[in-house]
Design a protein around this ligand. Structure first.
Ligand SMILES: [Zn+2]
Length: 271
């Protein structure tokens, strides 16, 4: 890491101020589902598509790439002296699991109106909880696994039923018995605890700057909204509530409305 930074500094000296190398990659790499931390001057502004990024006092800020992001993005940094730099990041493409199932009986029943209303209301509550951009700095930490066990579902996977692609799976599924403690993967503030139609008892934890974790299908939650949580604190227990086929933890990570791959943050599952 250190050597890398020295090399970048030399390149900046050689290139002068016109080639936009003041912004630097700090952690992570641009890849579909990946989170990237970058470093700028603490008093600089950085925009992406005219949206200003929230910059921490140490000059770090975070961005993320959705599963299907393919086009290069341009970050525009404006320093206090008026100098403008650009950094272009191209997300590395990944291959996601696909499962084709043909010959299924056609047309599931459409849920009745009251269920549709509940699903719409659930979506709104979740979007509101994830939409908060706070100055918490927990996204700068190393994330840990909220539960341990075999991974039975991965980020980005998709089923194609009778030739119709379904929505991709955006979480990582960890198989664990009912009642297994679920711990916070990083510090955060609880934004939502609710019982939702599809995802059952669900907790949303805000790690700051638009980064959040969502925990699905819990048996119960031991936290309430606005509680400050430390990494490793128990927040609830594994269950099978909502539309779930068996006890497991489905852990999701967002940056704003982009879905990130939790496995890229937590690394390999420990034994
Ligand atoms: Zn899942």
């Amino acid at each position: 890491m250190m050597g890398y930074r020295i090399v970048l500094a030399l390149v900046v000296l050689l290139a002068g101020t016109q080639n936009g190398l003041a912004l630097e990659l700090w952690k992570g790499s641009p890849v579909q589902g990946g989170m990237v931390i970058l470093k700028t001057e603490p008093d600089a502004t950085v925009t992406w598509d005219d949206t200003p990024m929230l910059i921490a006092e140490n000059g770090l800020f975070v961005i993320g790439f959705h599963r299907d992001d393919t086009t290069p993005i341009t970050l525009i940094e404006t320093l206090v002296n008026g100098e403008v730099n650009r950094l272009i990041l191209t997300p590395e493409m990944r291959v996601f699991q696909e499962q084709r199932i043909d010959g299924l009986p056609p047309a599931m029943v459409t849920p009745p109106q009251d269920v549709l209303d509940r699903i719409a209301r659930d979506r709104e509550v979740v979007a509101d909880a994830r939409g908060v951009i706070t100055p918490i700095l927990a996204w700068q930490e190393n994330f840990i696994w909220p539960a341990k066990g075999p991974i039975t579902g991965v980020y980005g996977s998709r089923r194609i039923l009778n030739g119709q692609p379904r929505a991709p799976h955006y979480g990582v599924d960890i198989a664990a018995p009912n009642g297994t403690p679920v711990v916070a993967p990083a510090d955060g503030i609880v934004r939502m605890v609710d019982d939702l139609y599809y995802t059952g008892i669900t907790i949303i934890l805000d790690h700051g700057h638009g980064v959040s974790s969502t925990f699905l299908h819990l048996q119960d939650a031991s936290v309430t909204p606005d509680m400050m949580i430390r990494k490793g604190d128990v927040i609830g227990r594994v269950g099978s509530t909502g539309r779930s086929t068996g006890p497991h933890l489905d852990w999701r990570v967002n940056w704003r409305d982009k879905r990130l791959d939790p496995e890229l943050l937590a690394g390999p599952m420990p034994n």
